[in-house]
Write a protein that binds this ligand. Structure first.
Ligand code: CA
Length: 658
């Protein structure tokens, strides 16, 4: 054993010796008080470990004395350097945020954060892990993800204050004792929470293992629970869903961080198999994850990438073929292609707009990982790197399309959706779009508001008629998308999509983005269906009272400063302009009213075709003077559409042939 000798004659003991002394003191104080339970738990753990591997020989030989063996196992883990983990306390600079500090300090008092959109809640001196302060199940599910433990870990690492470690160790043991994986504890054992914990707990282990409060009891409870987590996740595989990735990630992190378990190799192999499988199943060739909600798409990038990176750190990345990373790179292009100019998201499905510039950090990482100058450009708001080489993108399998005037924050940008059914997080909204111009989202998607609780809340936001698309008799549509034309150009981008959303009615939407300034949208209702055919539009909240001009069938927003938008549909017999209920939600559980309206034509009989011709014009000061007419041999639902546009007295003809 090495002792460092200082000139002053004081012996400074090495870390290993110090730890051994701590263990010795611990033995003296607590040795006799160890309960039978602890012996039992320790024996259970030893039966789950491969004690023949290098470094565990002493523990194997001391098994008949569980207390001593547990001490030695703790020493092994406190000094282990063979496993690499992204949380590395000797090299990582932790920056706990104000939120981390609050959550960590609250957690010392058992005031816990569940679903973070709701206030934190006191879960009792004797913690009730099934606390339900709100009727939304998400609260208790997310309580059992323990976001506050991650915060405690960061704050502990930053401050070195043992009160965080001491309390975490207590809570860890409390949770494992109170939450066996059985029918009474389902709230704690949804497979995604188990997967999330599988990942996050391996990080907590890194942060807390050095603490003197991390005792043999904590280690035994922790490792037994990790084993239970991995074995449980082996039985849960939600294919075709982001859930499947969280399940696999949890298993991979437990397996790689703790190769000492007997089944680690089996867990790791299965986790890698699932990730390699799911990247092919879940990601369309255009790069978008199949559930078609951008937040989950971004989550999936991380879920695919984190395990790859952990594998790479530990020299086993060969388990992933080259195509795995190529697909991830394609996924990383998605927020560039369909993100709004300020970096917020078009919030289709269960997506949230988020904050401007929110993807910058990720783009910076991806720019290094994939050597991409365009990602660097987005990460640095154009200060470095190269502008993306296009301004219009089609994700053809996902049915997501974007057209923009440029890459600055003031750019005009349309993102339109007409895609397949993506499941739970997707909404029947085909044809809908978001329009952004002059630094403002002028026509945002309503979002999703809430996942559980009163089902009426969620279903309101899912309705087709609260989206900027066409409905028949206000009913929800089905997903039956078809791309008819995609023709980007220098001064004209053309997109024609169809959705056979009703049994007897197909919506064809033709979009013309003219001079990268404004839109003409032609909506056609093709088929024998009858009743009210509506096209719906919604404006941003805070736009003042929207101005309706019923003589001209136009509505415009009324922001006093900055950009506005004009929506005007060409007059025709029987056309009605009517206000509708408008809501928008930019954050979970929060919603606000906004202007909404529809143009309605009654389709009286099977042969009566319906067509709306609409100008959607963003503008900064004066409302522009633009007129549009359908000309030529342009039959509704036909193979040709010609438009004559008059802008400030100048006339031009545009159109397409299918
Ligand atoms: Ca929506």
């Amino acid at each position: 054993m090495a002792f460092d000798f200082q000139k002053k004659g004081i012996y400074i003991i090495s870390r290993k010796v110090f730890l051994l002394l701590c263990l010795f003191c611990f033995l003296l104080e607590n040795g006799k008080a160890q309960s039978n339970d602890f012996s039992h738990e320790t024996e259970k753990l030893f039966s789950r470990l491969n004690l023949d591997i290098h470094g565990l020989e002493k523990i194997r030989d001391a098994q008949n004395n569980p207390n001593l063996a547990a001490e030695q196992l703790l020493y092994y883990f406190k000094t282990r350097t063979s496993v690499k983990h992204p949380i590395n306390i000797s090299s990582e600079k932790t920056e706990a945020t104000q939120k981390d500090i609050k959550w960590a300090n609250d957690a010392l008092k058992h005031i816990f954060v569940g679903q973070p959109a709701y206030p934190s809640y006191f879960c009792g001196d004797d913690i009730d892990w099934n606390s339900r302060p709100v009727p939304d199940n998400e609260w208790v599910w997310q309580l059992n993800r323990m976001y506050f433990w991650n915060a405690m870990g960061k704050v502990y690492q930053q401050t070195g204050d043992e009160k965080y470690a001491k309390e975490w160790c207590k809570q860890l043991i409390d949770w494992t004792q109170k939450n066996p994986n059985d029918a009474d504890h389902k709230y704690a054992w949804r497979s995604i929470e188990a997967g999330i914990r599988g990942n996050s707990w391996t990080g907590l282990f890194q942060r807390f293992i050095g603490s003197p409060n991390f005792t043999p009891e904590v280690l035994v409870a922790f490792l037994n629970s990790m084993y239970d987590h991995a074995e449980f996740l082996m039985t849960k595989y939600s294919t075709r869903s982001n859930w499947g990735l969280m399940e696999a990630e949890g298993m991979a992190f437990i397996a790689i961080t703790f190769p000492e378990f007997k089944f680690s190799e089996k867990w790791k192999t299965e986790a890698f198999r699932r990730l390699n499988n799911e990247i092919n199943i879940q990601v369309y060739p255009d790069g978008h994850q199949r559930e078609l909600a951008i937040g989950y798409h971004l989550g999936c990038i991380n879920w695919f990438l984190r395990t790859y990176e952990l594998a790479k750190m530990n020299g086993i990345e060969n388990a992933f073929p080259k195509s795995y990373l190529e697909t991830i790179e394609k996924m990383c292009e998605v927020p560039m292609k369909i993100g709004l100019p300020d970096g917020t998201n078009a919030q289709f499905g269960d997506a949230w707009a988020g904050k401007p510039g929110q993807h910058s950090k990720q783009f910076l990482e991806w720019s290094k990982m994939f050597h991409r100058d365009d990602f660097l450009y987005l990460a640095t708001e154009g200060k470095q790197g190269t502008e993306p080489d296009k301004t219009a993108f089609a994700l053809k399998q996902s049915g997501l399309y974007s057209m923009r005037s440029g890459w600055d924050k003031e750019a005009t940008c349309l993102v339109l959706k007409c895609g397949p059914d993506g499941g739970f997080h997707c909404q029947p909204d085909n044809g809908t779009f978001t329009l952004y111009a002059g630094g403002r989202n002028l026509m945002p998607d309503a979002g999703s508001y809430i996942y559980s609780g009163d089902p009426k809340n969620r279903s309101w936001f899912r309705q087709t008629r609260v989206h900027q698309t066409l409905t028949l008799n206000d009913e929800n549509t089905n997903y039956s998308p078809k791309l008819l034309k995609w023709q980007p150009g220098n001064d004209l981008d053309i997109l024609v999509v169809e959705n056979a959303g009703y049994k007897n009615l197909t919506h064809r939407r033709s979009v013309f983005f003219i001079d990268k300034k404004y839109l003409v949208i032609v909506d056609e209702a093709i088929g024998t269906g009858t009743g009210n055919v509506d096209i719906h539009f919604q404006l941003a909240p805070g736009a003042g009272v929207a101005v309706f001009n019923r003589d001209y069938f136009s509505v415009h927003s009324n922001f006093k400063k900055g950009w506005n938008v004009l929506v005007q549909t060409n007059k025709q017999k029987g056309l009605k302009l009517e206000e509708e209920e408008g809501q928008v939600s930019f954050e979970y559980t929060k919603k606000e009213p906004r202007p909404a309206f529809r143009f309605r034509i009654e389709k009286e009989n099977e042969k009566h075709p319906v067509r709306f011709v609409t100008l959607v014009v963003p503008y900064e000061r004066e409302k522009p003077d633009i007129k549009v007419e359908v000309v030529g041999n342009s039959k509704i639902g036909g193979s040709e559409l010609q438009l004559e546009i008059e802008e400030n007295g100048k006339i031009k003809t545009i159109g397409y042939t299918l």
